[in-house]
Design a protein around this ligand. Structure first.
Ligand SMILES: *Cc1c(COP(=O)(O)O)cnc(C)c1O
Length: 360
């Protein structure tokens, strides 16, 4: 086996221990004589898997009892439509645009109601999080929407916006489970699993009970109503069974590793040494405003596109792969999610030092 350090933004690296355990159980899950991929989602064995996954997630995040946990499909992108369809009562919503994902979500919402962009950081290529302490929130707004960690640009909200009592909805795809979160501060959070949690195909939504409505417009598809999935315990139709099973293993792994406090400490250390190096380097730099830096996605450039390309190629030859920045921004990006070991970040820094010396 030859594992690389995989800095992909998503689908991304998963804990080796989880992969090994899944491999062991691949053909015969705990004496059932079949793989989790092959079993009925109506079987009691699978019911145990999904129940345990939910219970472990609740424990890990300390999700209050008045919030439902939903295991959905369709990617985070499908939530861009599901959110306004389910949450717009007055037909008005406020969005803060800090990157492509938030921009796409805001655009999608305009199909279902009036969207106001409260703040945006597009003027500086989304390299910062705008000041959200005194926003001009619409009195009729059904919710305020943010993308909490901006995967492409490497920025993160370090303080949540003051929503003046309106429900906060957050796309937490690339920061979910990276540190403790107070779910009470949100009406709804959702995350595509393939960034920090598990395999692509699963979306986890955590939603406060009172936001799960039945009085939705006729046009809302049954599959896009949160109520459909809440009432059926995420088993209205065939869920992404195998993906949920792997997510469950990741939750257990995180609990064993010390929970989200321990993750935060580990992630701050990993990101800290990388940012420290970037701040000292004469070749590499991080284009993000200091107070807005992400712990999960660290972007950097040399200032020379050809050199960037050469770096990405040379790094890959050393087993440091997927360091190319998003196609819309270029440069480099190291996604250092929970499952990226400290040694991976240390190896990257060592290689960057070497590259800098050789190319000076
Ligand atoms: C990757 C990503 C998305 C899109 O996820 P899909 O599952 O591909 O739809 C949305 N939001 C954020 C923050 C992301 O990182």
């Amino acid at each position: 086996m030859n594992r690389v350090y995989n800095f992909s933004a998503g689908p991304a690296c998963l804990p080796l221990e989880v992969l090994k355990e899944a491999a062991e159980e691949m053909c015969d899950y705990r004496g059932s004589g079949m793989s989790v991929m092959e079993m009925s989602h109506r079987s009691s064995i699978f019911q145990d898997i999904i129940d345990e996954a939910e219970a472990d997630l609740r424990k890990l995040v300390k999700i209050p009892d008045n919030y439902k946990v939903l295991f959905l499909q369709g990617g985070a992108s499908q939530q861009f439509a599901a959110v306004p369809m389910n949450l717009m009562k007055n037909g008005v919503a406020d969005y803060i645009v800090t990157g492509q994902w938030a921009k796409k979500a805001a655009k999608e919402a305009t199909k279902y109601g009036k969207v106001k962009v409260l703040a945006s950081s597009e003027n500086k290529v989304f390299s910062y999080i705008p000041d959200c302490s005194s926003l001009d929130i619409d009195g009729d707004a059904d919710y305020v929407y943010i993308c909490e960690n901006n995967t492409i640009y490497g920025t993160k909200y370090h303080t949540l916006p003051d929503t003046k009592g309106k429900d906060l909805v957050a796309d937490v795809s690339s920061c979910f489970l990276s540190e403790p979160t107070d779910i009470n501060k949100y009406g709804l959070v959702f995350a595509g699993a393939q960034k920090n949690v598990g395999p692509a195909g699963v979306v986890i939504a955590v939603i406060r009970d009172d936001l799960i409505r039945d009085d939705l417009p006729e046009y809302v598809p049954t599959m896009l109503k949160y109520k459909t999935h809440a009432d059926a315990g995420s088993l209205y139709n065939t869920p992404p069974c195998y993906g949920i099973y792997i997510c469950g293993k990741v939750f257990k792994h995180l609990i064993k590793e010390g929970g989200l406090e321990a993750m935060k400490e580990k992630n701050e250390h990993k990101a800290g040494i990388l940012y420290d190096f970037l701040d000292e380097s004469k070749m590499f730099s991080n284009p993000v405003e200091r107070g807005s830096r992400s712990l999960m996605n660290v972007t950097f450039v040399t200032g020379n596109e050809e050199l960037d390309k050469e770096f990405v190629k040379a790094a890959a030859a050393r087993g440091l792969v997927n360091l190319k920045g998003h196609r819309t921004v270029g440069g480099m990006r190291a996604s250092i999610y929970n499952a990226m070991p400290l040694e991976g970040v240390e190896s990257l820094i060592a290689f960057m030092k070497e590259f800098e010396k050789e190319h000076r």
